[in-house]
Design a protein around this ligand. Sequence first.
Ligand SMILES: [Zn+2]
Length: 274
Amino acid sequence: MICHKLQDKLQQELAKMKIFFMFMGPIKSLLKIQKYRAEIKLNPRYNRIYARGHIYWCGALNDGLDRGNQPYYCPIGWQRWSFYVTENFYEKFNGWCICYHGTKFSSGLSILLSGLKPAEIYAHGAGIYVTPSINYACHPRYAEVKLIQSSAQEKFFKSGEYVQFVLECRVHPNNINNIASETLKAGSTEIDSNITNDIIEWVINHQNKTVVDFNDPESSIVCTGLLTRVTDDHPGLLRESQWWYKSHLCNDPICCLLDIDRHYLQQKNQRRDT
Ligand SMILES: [Zn+2]
């Protein structure tokens, strides 16, 4: 029964997400969402696929745009669904840094609809926790892994595929209160080949608000898009996920959402290695 409810909930979530997947799609559905948050608009001109053969670069991007004092690395393997934020985006957000916030399916859209809440458990001080590393943001502790099972979802995914999503945000460097180390017990294990573990979490000034509304012109952080990753097999088997097994990873459904038993995944991963 609970399982059915969850499945229904997921279907609802995916039905809403579908809007992000069909750029310039049915405007009527988009208007329904806009009742909750009038400002969510898609900006398909800036949709991107980050992969070899699509949009791809090595090291920090050097395209002349000012993204604050922080480098911007290619989020390889991810697809970007761009939101319309404002006219003259590059003027207004000149000097703002790109960062990511991993989230669960059940909370993801409510975040999109209302803004970001400050963290409830905070290791590096109060604020909103984000990261410059897509590979850190997508750890299942933050970004839920979901297996696509239902035929109803097959219009958008193939059954048996796994999907994750991460919010792409912009923050002004003055609003980064703290740059600090990872909190997933990775120790000396490399999480991201571009970003060292000691600077992988950013704590953003939440301006003492319970929710930082993306639409507030004075907001310290804005959400500029949704990054999704769809994989044929579990993303825990990817080369870039190998650090998961040397850091925190558990079976607790309120913590790490793998959509597979953690020990089974690890065995499968070891078999793949040999
Ligand atoms: Zn966990």
